[in-house]
Design a protein around this ligand. Sequence first.
Ligand SMILES: CC(C)=CCC/C(C)=C/CC/C(C)=C/COP(=O)(O)O
Length: 291
Amino acid sequence: MPSPKARSGGGGGGRSGSVPAGGGGAGGNGRYEFMSLTRTPSHLLQRQGSDPTSARLRASESPCRRRGSGSSSASTSSAGGQPVPEEDCMRLNPSTLGIALSSLLAVDLWLSKRLGVCACEDASWGSVRPLMKLVEVSGHGIPWLLGAAYCLYKSDSAAGQEVTLNLLMALLLDLVLVGVVKALVRRRRPAHNRMDMFATFSVDRYSFPSGHATRAAMCARFLLAHLVLAAPLRVLVLLWAAFVGLSRVLLGRHNVTDVAFGFFMGYFQYNLVEALWLSPVVLQSMMGQLE
Ligand SMILES: CC(C)=CCC/C(C)=C/CC/C(C)=C/COP(=O)(O)O
């Protein structure tokens, strides 16, 4: 990486990558500085400070800059003897993070495209697309909401009503939270996805996070915690949740990271459900108000 180096003479003024120090070209002290990738000459920092557009750009390129006013923390000296703000040394970090994120995104897109083998009938595994769509329905919000409402209606024990009502609440909470995150992140679904899903909200044109994955993870934890199930059935619940997530990528509905984050979010959503758990006392007062 080139370090800022002073050199005499005005010949370098038009050379790409070098800028005259001292504000107006080679004049002033007649010295030139190389523009470093990690350091900006201090006179440029001063000039940028008065320009709202460049100020915005600087704010977006370095989180450190957002924290303080650059000029007050100057402590390091450049080769030209001019102070360089200390926080400039941190500039490499955001770009390293940016490169890491871009690489992750590139791998995510590449892998998701490779795995989208049921994205259409002509795809390499297109013949199993109907089966994947069945798995999709098994993780959809409508059957889960209808199923929980039906169980609540049919349940004749207080414990059954408590669990099913809380499941209903959990499913509604999941729809709201996923909708909010989708609306905030606004990540488009993969280009190879065919938008032929049934019963979607407008936010469901966005893919991050996968609502099926959040629901599958949350419901799996819910069922494992509140139903007395034999070991094979417990394994089946976990396999179902994993398969729902996998089917989202195979169908081309989601990128891998949408599903991974969906599982993560759904897992912790269950903690929230536990924290907000509606107790029998609350339920009885709710029933009393209904009567
Ligand atoms: C009662 C009520 C508000 C029902 C709405 C149920 C509904 C339309 C849920 C949407 C489920 C859905 C298609 C989510 C998208 O899942 P992704 O995995 O594609 O994000």
